[in-house]
Design a protein around this ligand. Structure first.
Ligand SMILES: CC(C)(COP(=O)(O)OP(=O)(O)OC[C@H]1O[C@@H](n2cnc3c(N)ncnc32)[C@H](O)[C@@H]1OP(=O)(O)O)[C@@H](O)C(=O)NCCC(=O)NCCS
Length: 135
């Protein structure tokens, strides 16, 4: 019997604390929820004792290059509105705030194929319109 709750996982990259890659401390992955939209969600996490050391700032752009290489170019991320470090990671890597999905959750999107000028235009449009996807 198929488990409808199991998302498909693409391109899971583990993050290690050591060059020998013995100690995984986090991951970045693309997840596609079978019941949701076809665009993959990017999910990322580090163990708590490795937060705030610049690790994700370094790893995330490398991961996006990998996504582009494998032609996963349109990505979504859900983030809690108070998750400042996560929002910084998304915004400094070109994700744009698309709207809200609940009182405390934001949705960010990117298209890695966009040129900087098209991205700037999208940013302008999105920052002037607040989309509310679900109430
Ligand atoms: C979100 C997460 C991946 C960020 O990774 P990280 O390696 O700790 O982040 P970095 O140290 O690279 O910092 C990223 C940015 O956030 C800022 N930041 C880090 N910790 C912060 C804090 N506690 N408060 C405010 N800003 C913070 C950094 O200054 C940096 O911004 P800058 O580039 O403008 O200087 C990590 O905190 C985590 O795994 N959290 C739990 C899981 C999670 O929230 N995942 C995301 C779900 S959407």
């Amino acid at each position: 019997m198929k488990d409808r709750q199991q998302p498909k996982i693409f391109l899971e990259e583990k993050i290690y604390s050591d060059k020998q890659k013995r100690n995984p401390i986090g991951y970045i992955k693309l997840v596609q929820y079978l019941t949701g939209e076809a665009i993959p969600h990017v999910e990322y996490k580090l163990d708590e004792d490795h937060h705030g050391k610049g690790i994700m700032s370094k790893e995330f752009p490398k991961y996006l290059k990998l996504c582009k290489k494998y032609e996963f170019t349109r990505l979504i991320a859900n983030v809690k509105a108070d998750n400042v470090p996560s929002i910084r990671i998304l915004e400094k890597n070109g994700f744009l705030k698309f709207g809200t999905i609940s009182d405390d959750s934001l949705i960010y999107i990117t298209d890695l194929k966009l040129t900087d000028s098209v991205r700037a235009f999208h940013k302008h449009v999105l920052s002037n319109v607040n989309f509310c996807l679900r109430t």
